[in-house]
Design a protein around this ligand. Structure first.
Ligand SMILES: Cc1cc2nc3c(=O)[nH]c(=O)nc-3n(C[C@H](O)[C@H](O)[C@H](O)COP(=O)(O)O)c2cc1C
Length: 286
């Protein structure tokens, strides 16, 4: 099995040519080194598997936010598989800035229902998962990636190591009191006047968004997986995030993305037909 290189060439494009960080690389026509790597040296072959389009559409269309669940349990094995599938979501720089707390302790579960404001989607749920965005994970997971590289030895291209050693810290570190972020913003502002430049993340808030994006994608993986396994779900942001953080003993930097409930829908579990505005309002061809 080949080792999968998972790299944001977009970020690389910006930072590898950053004059302040790397001199004499300001030639706009030159390709980013990692792009060259992909184009000329990648010998990993992974064919796209056939999937049943109708079954996929069925899973997407039949996923509804279920507010009342019946008494049927979610098999532990299924829940675990769905959580594992959540982790396969695409995520920024493959830094996996998330955590999923499957709350099984009865006492904690009762308190979690209370902190989800007692809403029926939580109180009738068989299982509850708190999905947490961890922007602070960029550092530890970059180190984990490098450790993985060390274990793989020669099989990892040098550029990949450079990416996690040099580019990732440049891109995600914001420095004490956001000082490095401010410096980056200034550089980005001036550089961006003449060449396309990646502009975020340049602050702690950007980092929160950065982690929330990837975590939300994993949440959707979880909900679609539950549907494919014959269960239902409801995402909830109607909750007391501070109390939930205390309940799970999470550090200050952890951000609750949402709580996801799971179970099988009761007969009256869906509150109405699915409503969406005209797609022309949202899908633009330009
Ligand atoms: C981030 C997010 C937070 C949500 N929070 C709640 C919530 O607290 N309680 C609830 O009943 N539904 C919640 N929902 C579900 C939405 O109300 C629901 O997705 C929307 O009405 C569309 O319905 P559908 O999911 O059945 O298509 C949330 C959905 C998302 C994506």
């Amino acid at each position: 099995m080949g080792f999968e290189l998972q790299i944001d060439t977009g970020l690389n494009q910006g930072f590898i040519y950053f004059p302040i960080f790397k001199r004499n690389m300001g030639n706009k026509k030159k390709k980013p080194i990692l792009n060259e790597l992909f184009e000329s040296k990648n010998d990993h072959v992974e064919t796209a598997e056939e999937i049943n389009r109708d079954e996929f559409i069925k899973a997407v269309k039949s996923r509804r936010s279920v507010r009342i669940f019946n008494d049927e349990p979610v098999l532990e094995e299924d829940m675990r598989k769905c959580l594992e599938l959540a982790l396969l979501a695409p995520n920024s720089s493959n830094l996996q800035p998330w955590e999923f707390y499957w709350v099984r302790d009865q006492n904690k579960k009762e308190r979690l229902v209370e902190y989800c404001l007692g809403q029926p989607a939580a109180s009738t749920a068989q299982e509850l998962v708190v999905c947490v965005a961890r922007y602070d994970f960029w550092k530890v997971n970059a180190e984990r990636m490098l450790q993985l590289f060390r274990e793989k030895g020669d099989k990892i291209p040098k550029s990949a190591k450079i990416y996690y050693k040099k580019i990732v810290p440049l891109a995600y570190s914001q420095g004490p009191l956001g000082s490095f972020g401010i410096l980056k913003k200034l550089i980005v502002f001036f550089r961006g006047m003449s060449v396309p430049t990646p502009r975020e993340p340049g602050s702690r808030n950007d980092m929160k968004i950065w982690a929330q994006k990837s975590t939300a994608l994993a949440c959707q993986n979880l909900m679609l997986s539950l549907r494919a396994f014959g269960y239902d779900s409801c995402p909830m942001e109607g909750m007391d995030s501070k109390r939930i953080k205390q309940l799970l003993e999470l550090p200050r930097k952890a951000q609750i993305c949402m709580v996801i409930s799971a179970g099988k829908r009761a007969e009256n579990g869906v509150y109405g037909e699915q409503v969406r505005f005209d797609s022309n309002l949202f899908i633009k061809t330009v």
